[in-house]
Design a protein around this ligand. Structure first.
Ligand code: ZN
Length: 439
């Protein structure tokens, strides 16, 4: 009899492979960190150290949050419904210039708890003190693509802007062989980074074969500022610096003209769509259907918690599907399968992790979630893709396996003490109140 570390049984497997195959009453066999077989119930006798019963629910790849500032979970609800510059200048910036390593570790653990509980297994983060982000993700047992935010002004982490690239190289060395953590190079944006910094950041990314990740064309004022400074659109500016290429990941990409979209497609640039943040900050609506029509790889992200205000990819998928239908006045755009692919295999492709994660296929890392469907809002079920995008919530996730390790079972986190994490988060909020009231 064959023996495995984990068998997940008694559920419909949404493989998210090239054909979006669904295996009714399927079984996933895991050894170590890897999916070694995907099959049907009734396969030959087999034995496992641990058997997980999906109880007739849905078994799918872990969701991929393509853009976060995880530690901002500690700023959630601090200030909302304000004009962008007032929000930034009076609340976020005064607080951010005082944050420290402990704050980022606490905030990221809290974010990881929320993400795992709502079915995310990977997140791609940009923030300060990213070594602490990586430490927290590692403790939580989550997969993370982390990068220190780089810009032209001093950072509370690395001090002088000159030190930012050295800090990035330290991250690359430190986390090189970690099974869950990988590093990206992450200049903040075109309006906070000089051409010189952008070129040097790109050089480090290409020397180490790492993604280069940057916020691009998020707001109209940004586009106007770049046009004023350089006489170019943000995408033109990137093109003139030689930064367009398949390892460039653009967060947002809201305000694009036809030439910009053609360039993104032609150069194989990846895009992460953050619909709820774009709605809440009134940034606009990214032309995602137009990018998909050009064959661009698009993932989905929540952005930071202060501009969303949650890290639940189920609500993000729902919004993504509906927002574009309303904009186009066409209910056929952004169908459920397309949107679920953005949160799984296309998200993996956007981050350059498609060989490891994003689908349930033999040889891939075992990042798998179970969605419980024995609930009124998911009964009856005609089409699992429809239910996942339009009806399910993060709280319907019952089990999460990351890299072959069960990190959540029956809705309970196994890697962390949730009460302790929330206690630390409440303590940090006292500090945040002080920072903001002192300006
Ligand atoms: Zn962002």
């Amino acid at each position: 009899m064959e023996s495995y570390d984990i068998i997940i049984r008694n559920g419909s497997i949404l493989t998210m492979d090239a054909d979006n195959s669904v295996i009714e009453d399927g079984r996933v066999y895991i050894n170590g960190d890897t999916i070694v077989r995907v099959g049907h119930c009734g396969d030959e006798a087999s034995d496992a150290k641990k058997t997980i019963d999906a109880q007739g629910g849905l078994i799918l790849p872990g969701l991929i949050n393509g853009h976060t500032h995880a530690a901002m979970s500690l700023f959630r609800g601090l200030a909302d419904d304000l004009p962008l510059m007032e929000w930034l200048n009076h609340y976020i910036f005064p607080a951010e210039k005082r944050i420290d390593a402990r704050f980022v570790y606490t905030g990221t653990l809290l974010a990881c708890a929320e993400m795992i509980l709502s079915g995310a297994t990977t997140f791609c983060d940009m923030y300060l003190f990213e070594d602490q982000t990586a430490e927290a993700a590692s403790r939580a047992g989550m997969r993370c693509l982390a990068g220190e935010v780089l810009y032209d002004f001093p950072s509370p982490n690395y001090g002088d802007p000159e030190n930012g690239l050295a800090y990035t190289e330290f991250l690359i060395r430190k986390w090189e062989h970690h099974p869950l953590i990988s590093i990206a190079v992450e200049p903040h944006s075109l309006f906070t980074c000089s051409p010189d910094l952008l070129i040097r950041a790109n050089q480090i990314a290409s020397d180490h074969h790492l993604p280069l990740i940057i916020h691009v064309a998020e707001t109209l004022p940004e586009v106007m500022e770049i046009k004023e400074r350089y006489g170019k659109t943000p995408v033109e500016h990137l093109e003139s610096l030689g930064l367009l290429g398949p390892s460039l990941i653009m967060d947002h990409a809201v305000h694009l003209d036809t030439w910009d979209m053609d360039q993104i497609a032609e150069h194989g640039v990846k895009v992460i769509h953050n619909p709820e943040s774009n709605m809440k900050l009134a940034s606009g609506i990214a032309p995602i259907p137009e990018l998909l029509n050009r064959g661009v790889t698009v993932g989905i992200g929540t952005d930071g918690c202060a501009s969303n205000n949650n890290l639940d990819l189920f609500t993000e998928m729902d919004m993504a599907a509906k927002l574009h239908k309303a904009r186009a006045m066409d209910p056929t755009v952004m169908d459920a399968v397309t949107v679920l692919r953005m949160a799984t295999i296309e998200g993996a492709r956007a981050l350059g992790l498609q060989d490891l994660i994003g689908s349930i296929e033999t040889g891939k890392k075992a990042d798998i979630i179970i969605v419980e469907t024995n609930r009124p809002h998911l009964t009856p079920m005609y089409n699992p893709f429809s239910h996942l995008v339009y009806a399910a919530r993060g709280s319907d996730v019952s089990h999460v396996v990351i890299n072959g390790r069960l990190v959540m079972a029956h809705g309970k986190l196994l890697t962390m003490d949730l009460e302790e994490i929330m206690g630390h988060a409440r303590e940090s909020s006292m500090q945040v109140r002080e920072w903001v009231s002192n300006g």
